[in-house]
Design a protein around this ligand. Structure first.
Ligand code: NAP
Length: 351
């Protein structure tokens, strides 16, 4: 029975910001059970509670606290692996696991733009899962790698997906991104308190511009045909703990009414809602009507942090409309996104 299945899973980068969010979200998961933890040589051989300082408000489950952290290498690890590895090492380690036959559901940027690697938001592009059929022939892996987008990209792509029907042709976004997006210890408090940093390293703006077009694109033969939308992104880091906000303008060739745009967001549903996946929010995009919302402090944890909230829709003198969108970067933008991907794979019989 699918509902009662207990599937063992491992976490690569278990000690990090995203790794801890995996542990928290999987603590009471109906299908997946954390059996294996992996991190760097700094953590290897230590009990998890010794290797990592627990930083989330959720209780650290005893059975995880007492588990010994492994080196990030295949061998004793379960078939299904979630990865929150630092991207400087994720490329090599994730490929090693895929070669050894593991299914790696990753948060890292390394393989997102590979032709046969799905870059998924299950509400938006569940059919991109079909790319996996061609992956092992192209990559030479016995297993596979599946990815979720960058944490700011997810918020943007979920807000844009319902607008494709209106002839979406251009988008400008300026982000206000949380400190937790930089991992731990991340940005020094000296640099971020009382400040805005108008640059995020690691090609954040380019990731938003390229990943969004693949996510919104259509499934072609063994690759995705990118969506034609033109994108321009500016990314900033702000003194917020959790939640990436984006100020977004869009050009829509069909010039829909504001009511039609709001209705498109509120009625947007995807495969996760159809299938009733355990981590699926009932309404993935919610329009808030109050003039001063969404706000990270008030809205980021809506439906377990899996809902993207939008607000402040108004006409734009340069484009057609402008609005504000918000999503939880380590949940909807990372661990929760990967778990939803794995839940979809399970229900599609791919695990
Ligand atoms: P983090 O807090 O710095 O955690 C990095 C993890 O990688 C730690 O578990 C660390 O283990 C492990 N690691 C580092 N070097 C390693 C090595 N040589 N071998 C094996 N493991 C190693 O970073 P994070 O914020 O969780 O981000 C993890 C990944 O997710 C990154 O690729 C990031 O770009 C991506 N991501 C992050 C967010 C976010 O909002 N934070 C959102 C989307 C995607 P030790 O503790 O042993 O050093």
């Amino acid at each position: 029975d699918l509902v009662m299945a207990s599937i063992p899973v491992g976490i690569l980068g278990a000690t990090g910001m995203v790794g801890q969010q995996f542990i928290a979200l999987l603590a009471d998961h109906p299908w997946f059970k954390v059996e294996w933890l992996g991190a760097s040589q700094r953590s290897e051989g230590k009990a998890f509670s010794e290797a990592a300082a627990w930083r989330l408000p959720n209780r650290l489950p005893d059975e995880v606290a007492n588990k010994v952290v492994n080196a990030a290498a295949p061998g004793s690890a379960p078939k299904l692996m979630f990865s929150g590895l630092d991207s400087s090492v994720a490329g090599e380690i994730e490929a090693e696991f895929a070669k050894a036959g593991h299914i790696v559901v990753s948060n890292s940027r390394n393989y997102r733009m590979f032709d046969t690697v799905p870059l998924m938001i299950p509400e938006v592009n569940a059919d991109h899962l079909k790319l996996l059929a061609a992956q092992s022939a192209v990559q030479g892996w016995k297993g596979s790698i599946l990815t979720n987008p960058n944490c700011a990209t997810i918020v943007l792509a979920m807000a844009l997906a319902p607008l494709r029907q209106f002839g979406l042709h251009s988008t400008m976004i300026t982000t206000l991104q949380a400190i937790s997006g930089a991992g731990y210890p991340g940005v020094p408090s000296w640099d971020i308190l009382g400040n805005v940093i108008p640059h995020i390293g690691g090609g954040e703006e380019e990731k938003i511009e390229t990943e969004t077009r693949k996510i919104l694109g259509t499934l072609g033969k063994d690759r995705i045909d990118n969506h034609p939308v033109k994108l321009s992104a500016t990314t900033t880091r702000v003194p917020v703990r959790d939640g990436h906000t984006g100020s977004i303008s869009v050009g829509l060739s069909q010039r829909p009414s504001a009511e039609a745009v709001i209705e498109a967001w509120n009625s947007f549903r995807g495969r996760p809602q159809e299938l009733g996946l355990p981590s699926a929010p009932p309404q993935p995009v919610v329009y808030l009507t109050e003039a001063n919302r969404p706000q990270p402090l008030l809205d980021v944890n809506r439906d377990g942090g899996m809902t993207v909230t939008v607000g402040r829709l108004r006409e734009c003198p340069l484009f057609d409309y402008k609005f504000v969108a918000l999503g939880h970067n380590t949940i909807r933008g990372a661990a929760g996104a990967a778990i939803l991907n794995a839940e979809l794979m399970h229900r599609e019989g791919l695990l």
